[in-house]
Design a protein around this ligand. Structure first.
Ligand code: PMP
Length: 425
């Protein structure tokens, strides 16, 4: 029954039943974790062939000895494959280290200390702000918070960030220098940006040195038959008269090995040259052996997509399990809503206002770890205290069933508390 139409007495009776379920849950002594979007061991196993590549064939197609220093832009054969995946001209795509987050961190510190190709001064010579579509990715927000960049939340719609809201802010405030964006199967909402929204973000009025961090971490991570076609954002930005606005980022962290993959950076020629010039002070070259084995392992972009279909076989049943439990346990009560993503790594759960931290605390006491309340917002501040990010990829289906059933009990119990306090009892 819809909890909102229950009387206070009915809510109290429901709460008593839920308490019993909750006490039984606590007595079960669980230790389950739904916090981080990590690949499961069976997903990592899909790439085990990498462990014996490249073997003695350590020369790249152009004869480069991958064991030696050099090659700051990364191996051409791997850039060719991922250029197609990210819709970036391989000439303007760099294959770098093992973490795209590291590139985002570099881009931010370079901007702060040295400015960009369009800055007359370093960003840090004045106030610096970044637009942050919410809910969003906590590690993005952590980078900007770490460097004292003011984060300005902007609403996320079903087709991407609210462009009018973004444009009103960037047009009025030249200290807005950046924007976080996850264009495909966004973390945590699962939203994919439409072509119109993308066009709007690339063409809206903003400071010359305003940059969109186009973090396409989930470009090929589909749970349905086909991933969305990536948009050629670098060309689109150029056509909109803002050729240097967009930094494209991505990696194979959730394609091959999360800790031993390859990251990518694509942008205009000017931005890429600038990035290479700056990273030249940090490294003499990336791990080309790793890049070569990735190129051999995939062969081509179709090889990447075929590999992702094998991930999908493992992940789709997990997402179905979680969504099924949410539907069975929560739909009738009308106290929660959730995303039904077609890809990516997360399910986004919204509980009644004021009930997220209580739900998470109840789950924690029952041995179920959920991402801390507020994590999906800048400064960990969810103004409505209602958003919970669920990460179903790592646990086994059996563990997911137990954990999600427990989470549902916690959501319902917290909801009865919130509703009863609204009743004044
Ligand atoms: N961007 C997003 C949106 C992510 O969700 C993640 C992983 N959780 C990353 C980046 C991390 O990528 P990498 O391993 O390449 O640093």
């Amino acid at each position: 029954m819809n909890y909102h139409s229950k009387s206070a007495d009915e809510l109290r009776a429901t709460q008593e039943d839920l308490r019993k379920l909750y006490d039984a849950l606590c007595a079960a002594g669980l230790t389950l974790d739904l916090t981080r979007g990590k690949p499961a061991p069976e997903q990592l196993d899909l790439s085990n062939e990498l462990l014996s590549l490249p073997g003695a064939e350590f020369r790249a197609a152009d004869g480069t000895d991958t064991r030696n220093y050099g090659g700051l832009r990364g191996l051409p054969e791997l850039r060719e494959i991922f250029g197609e995946i990210f819709a970036v001209d391989p000439a303007n795509l760099i294959a770098y280290g093992n973490a795209s987050l590291e590139i985002m961190h570099h881009l931010t510190t370079f901007g702060l200390l040295r400015g960009t190709v369009d800055s007359s001064q370093p960003w840090s010579s004045g106030p610096v702000k970044f637009l942050c579509p919410v809910p969003g990715y906590d590690r993005h927000f952590a980078i900007t918070e770490q460097y004292g960049i003011e984060m300005v939340p902007v609403p996320m719609n079903p087709d991407g960030p609210d462009v009018d809201a973004c444009a009103a802010l960037t047009a009025a405030d030249p200290s807005i220098k950046g924007m976080w964006a996850v264009p495909t199967y966004s973390n945590p909402t699962g939203v994919t940006f439409s072509a119109e929204v993308t066009e709007g973000l690339l063409s809206m009025p903003a400071a010359d040195d305003f940059r969109i961090y186009w973090d396409n971490a989930y470009a090929v991570h589909t749970l349905v038959d086909e991933a969305p076609t990536p948009l050629p954002v670098i060309e689109m930005a150029a056509a909109a008269g803002n050729p240097n606005r967009v930094y494209v980022l991505g990696s194979t962290s959730k394609i091959t090995f999360a800790g031993a993959g390859v990251s990518f950076f694509g942008s205009s020629k000017a931005n890429v040259d600038w990035f290479v010039e700056n990273i030249g002070f940090a490294t003499i070259g990336p791990d080309k052996v790793n890049q070569l084995r990735h190129a051999r392992f995939f062969g081509d972009a179709a090889g990447v997509r075929a590999h992702m279909a094998r991930h999908r076989d493992i992940l789709a049943p997990k997402f179905t399990t979680v969504l099924g439990i949410l539907e069975d346990r929560l739909a009738e009560s009308k106290v929660a809503s959730w995303s039904e993503p077609e890809g990516g790594y997360f399910i986004n759960l919204d509980v009644p206002d004021g009930a997220a931290s209580r739900t998470i605390a109840l789950a924690k006491d029952a041995g179920i770890a959920l991402t801390p309340a507020g994590s999906t917002f800048p400064y960990k501040n969810d103004p409505h205290d209602r958003n919970i990010r669920l990460a179903p990829t790592f646990p086994s289906i059996d563990d997911l069933q137990v954990a999600m059933d427990g989470v549902a009990t916690c959501v319902l119990l917290a909801a009865t508390e919130t509703l009863l306090s609204a009743h004044g009892s």
